[in-house]
Design a protein around this ligand. Structure first.
Ligand SMILES: [Zn+2]
Ligand SMILES: [Zn+2]
Length: 406
């Protein structure tokens, strides 16, 4: 028997209901914030991710499904969603056109990681990207959008917030941090000693407990923000407070790459163990330029869908649509024709095997249909339908041409 690959799951039955409910809810909310759906290929040139996610990252260094295709191109399955959207934005010359462009996407992403609970090799993300707005109000809108999505799904969260500064205030801060790390070198882990020269900001989210203890005293970027970054960060906090969104400042919430700036945020859940981040995002004003586009401010977020599924509180499912069946073979064409007349507006499930009334009612019950419609010899002769409303628990026989009215 051939099985699915390790870390790659089928999504079916109850999970599928949760999955589609999530996508419908998140897509509708993104549309309410003015975003349009965008779909980009699963396969891209490897160079795209090397330049955007960064060659030094674990994602690019260790986790990509990378191969040479039959034409000799170095390609890989996308490990995340933003790079492809930015590539599409530039390739379609929207950066030259100017103006505001708001997108949302969802689909599978691929990372060759060690599979564990809530972490798969093929996983699904829902993401939103906004191009052309430098105002911090857009950052606030991103956070409010995630909050709306989680609230509507009944998922509790904590919001963590930080500012990563800009090209003006980040470099002098980085210098301060490096001298702090030099003085603390004896007390920090080997990874952090290496990061000190490759990517010093990333030491702040080191998973090593004794490093974290040491970094309590590290200089904080939010104390060294330039005037503009400090004002934006204050505005962001005010808007969130005005809109009753609680947050914590987490000065160790950082991103490794230079094109990230200002707002960084993460939504975490305390109900899913150590893999607690359920959504993350922030501003990436320089990524479009990094990928050879015209400088365009941008901000976005992504939500990992699998991690959320079990947290979703599904609405009470009511009875819905029609189940239709025949008692005799001769009645089947009538059933099929009647079903067609309803499918433009409702779910209709047709049973092709003639059965007795009891068996049909049982089937209708199993698929949670509101109405069970059956045609037998009598109904066929008199051009009527036998209908049971399973919600109101009422049976009736109606002329076939009155069927549209129920
Ligand atoms: Zn700044
Ligand atoms: Zn460390």
């Amino acid at each position: 028997m051939i099985r699915s690959l390790r870390g790659m799951n089928d999504i079916l039955s109850e999970d599928y209901e949760r999955f589609t409910y999530f996508l419908q809810t998140a897509s509708r909310i993104a549309q309410h914030y003015g975003h349009h759906y965008i779909e980009t290929p699963l396969l891209e040139e490897t160079a795209l991710f090397k330049r955007s996610v960064g060659e030094s990252s674990d994602i690019v260094g260790k986790e990509m499904y990378q191969f040479t295709d039959k034409g000799g191109n170095d390609v890989c399955l996308r490990p995340e969603g933003t790079a492809g959207v930015v590539r599409a934005f530039i390739q379609n010359k929207l950066d030259r056109k100017g103006g505001i462009h708001r997108f949302f996407y969802h689909g599978p992403m691929f990372r060759y990681e060690r599979p564990q609970k809530g972490r798969l090799r093929e996983f699904h993300q829902f993401g939103v990207e906004s191009f052309g707005v430098s105002s911090v109000y857009e950052d606030a809108a991103m956070i409010m959008m995630v909050s709306d999505i989680l609230n509507e799904l009944g998922i509790g969260y904590r919001l963590q917030l930080n500012s990563l500064g800009c090209q003006e205030c980040m470099p002098p801060y980085r210098k301060k941090l490096i001298s702090f790390l030099q003085a603390a070198e004896e007390h920090i882990c080997e990874d952090c000693i290496r990061r000190k020269s490759t990517n010093p900001i990333r030491v702040l989210d080191c998973k090593n407990g004794s490093c974290q203890e040491k970094y309590i005293d590290a200089p904080k970027l939010i104390d060294h923000l330039c005037e503009n970054c400090a004002a934006d960060f204050a505005t962001l906090q005010k808007i969130l407070k005005d809109n009753d969104i609680e947050f914590e400042i987490d000065t160790h919430l950082v991103r490794g790459l230079d094109y990230y700036s200002k707002t960084a945020f993460e939504f975490v859940s305390d109900n899913i163990g150590s893999q607690s981040a359920i959504a993350g995002g922030g501003r990436y004003d320089r990524l479009v330029e990094f990928l050879d586009g015209r400088a365009t401010p941008a901000v976005g977020f992504a939500i990992g869908i699998e991690r959320l599924l079990e947290l979703i509180k599904m609405p009470e499912a009511g009875l819905e649509g029609y189940y239709m069946g025949a008692m005799d073979k001769e009645a089947i064409p009538t059933i099929i024709k009647t079903a067609q007349s309803k499918r433009h507006s409702d779910r209709v499930v047709v049973e092709y095997e003639p059965k007795g009334l009891k068996a049909h009612l049982k089937n209708a019950d199993r698929i949670k249909a509101r109405y069970c419609v059956v045609v037998g010899e009598n109904e066929l002769k008199e051009n009527t339908l036998w209908v049971k409303d399973l919600q109101e628990k009422k049976e009736l026989v109606i002329p076939a041409d009155e069927f549209q009215e129920i």
